[in-house]
Design a protein around this ligand. Structure first.
Ligand SMILES: *Cc1c(COP(=O)(O)O)cnc(C)c1O
Length: 497
């Protein structure tokens, strides 16, 4: 607006919308076409490749001041981003524990962004979908309809939500108002020594401190030793602590071990302890025809953390916290400032979804899960989980039948721990050898496994959480490990660094 004349035609108000929608349409079509090819042909590309220096340099320039056509920006990404992914959508990616993504989910994220709705609350269709996805996940876990839940960024946040509700509920005081200083006795949480690192971060962030999280020894199968758990709780009570919550793991990150949920649920009922299940890996076994027996009893938990971006292969990010006692969940996070009061009708009516967690603004992460479940149905996701279990069994058998390969831990679900061991090497050399095998397979872009140390033993680790993996891919892994291992065993790499 011209300040003097006020003539509208003398200025063009600025906007982020394109000057020419048809040009944008063409580019958008091209991006979608490329995305289809990229996903369809993922098997033909290296799983991962190191970025050459110019690519790294490109991402170290200062913030752009001027404008540039979007087509150029996109070309930049075609050159500098798309060839250098982490690799987890590739059929031979088995590191850590990640989903392999799915194209429908990617369209879901796109549509969610197009809609632009904020899932902090309000009365609109996206909020209905958010609530429906939570209800579906409750149903999948066998949780009652009266239970509560919220979608969060991932398993770490889902665990933090569950543990925070547990802390508040078990404190016996108005902890939100009074804080930890008002506690009569320090609270104690229990998990096995195989517990995921996010729980330590959670107890630290919750102000309890790392020492409030007792690590109960795990048995030879990496499951929590429930006799040791009882001993720890008894000792703590005698010492004046207030045992509050047991964190059972359904699928440990190291080996996939599943704690004895029924036995731990019995123990928690007897001792009046909150049972939180970290089901980021294994909770979704509950929907698998073969797998579900492994997590029998999971619905007895007071809270469950699960991760649709793992075994439902939703694109990052989406996790979910479920809490059996809806009032305890709501009561831990609800707060209504004057600017967020509900209106009787209209956009600001309805349930405020921010009342169930730490975020105020929330993304529409539900849509990618909703679309994939509508398209495929939950039964197919269950079969895909069983397929991963069968793949892990196949890989286990191949390892046991292959000279110089050793299985390090029994395969409980879809995580296989193994190592190349030609015999006669001391542990440190064996570790160096296996790390070198792992890194070389990644650098060649052939296959990606990770490594870990369990009960003092270093091993390679294949977490087969991948709907694109075939048996032939696992055969390639076996061949590559043996080939690299044999070549390296003869080479100088084993000499101490
Ligand atoms: C992955 C994982 C987490 C953390 O979940 P994120 O989605 O990575 O935040 C927690 N616990 C277990 C057992 C996991 O496997």
């Amino acid at each position: 607006m011209d300040a003097v004349t006020g003539k509208a035609e003398s200025v063009r108000a600025e906007t982020l919308d394109p000057v020419d929608w048809e040009t944008m349409r063409d580019l958008a079509h091209r991006i979608v076409d490329d995305a289809v090819d990229y996903t369809r042909d993922v098997r033909e590309r290296p799983l991962w490749q190191d970025m050459p220096p110019p690519v790294r340099a490109r991402f170290r320039s200062p913030v752009p001041q001027g404008e540039r056509p979007l087509a150029e920006v996109y070309d930049d990404l075609v050159t500098n981003l798309l060839p250098y992914p982490m690799g987890n959508i590739h059929p031979r990616f088995w590191m850590w524990y990640m989903g392999a993504g799915n194209f429908t989910g990617a369209l879901g994220d796109f549509l969610a962004a197009i809609l632009g709705s904020n899932l902090g609350g309000g009365d609109h269709a996206a909020a209905e979908i958010d609530k429906q996805v939570v209800n579906w996940l409750k149903e999948m876990m066998g949780y009652p309809a009266t239970a509560s839940g919220t979608l969060v960024s991932g398993g770490s946040m889902a665990n933090l939500i569950g543990l925070t509700v547990a802390r508040n509920q078990m404190s016996g005081i108005d902890l939100r108002e009074l804080g930890l200083g008002a506690l009569k006795a320090p609270l104690r949480f229990y998990g096995s020594d195989q517990i995921h690192s996010c729980h330590q971060i959670a107890v630290e962030a919750m102000g309890l401190g790392n020492q409030a999280l007792c690590r109960v020894p795990s048995d030879a199968a990496c499951r929590m030793d429930v006799v040791a758990l009882r001993g720890a709780v008894e000792r703590d009570r005698a010492a004046g602590f207030a045992p509050a919550c047991v964190i059972a793991t359904a699928g440990t990150v190291n080996t996939g071990a599943i704690d004895d949920l029924e036995q731990i649920a019995d123990f928690c009922a007897e001792q009046h302890l909150w049972l939180h299940v970290d089901g980021c890996i294994g909770a979704l076994l509950a929907i698998a025809p073969m797998g579900k027996a492994l997590v029998r009893g999971i619905a007895r938990a007071d809270s469950i953390a699960l991760d649709p971006h793992k075994w439902l292969h939703a694109p990052f990010e989406v996790g979910c916290a479920l809490v059996r006692n809806a009032q305890a969940h709501f009561g831990s996070f609800t707060l209504t400032p004057e600017y967020l009061e509900s209106a009787p009708r209209g956009i600001a009516s309805g349930v405020w979804l921010h009342d169930f967690g730490l975020q105020t603004s929330r993304g529409f992460r539900a849509l990618k899960v909703w679309m994939a479940l509508e398209e495929h149905g939950v039964a197919k996701f269950g079969r895909l989980i069983d397929q991963d279990l069968a793949h892990a069994q196949y890989l286990t058998e191949r390892i046991m039948a292959t000279r110089d390969l050793n299985l390090c831990f029994p395969t409980a679900i879809n995580i296989v721990c193994f190592r190349y061991d030609p015999g006669g090497l001391p542990e440190p050399a064996l570790k160096r050898l296996n790390i070198e095998i792992m890194v070389r397979m990644q650098e060649a872009g052939v296959a990606a496994v990770s490594d870990t140390t369990v009960h003092g033993r270093h091993c390679l680790r294949a977490a087969i959480n991948n709907h694109r993996t075939t048996r032939a891919d696992l055969d390639i892994l076996i061949d590559e490990v043996v080939r690299q291992g044999a070549a390296l065993s003869r080479a100088s790499v084993l000499a101490a660094p």
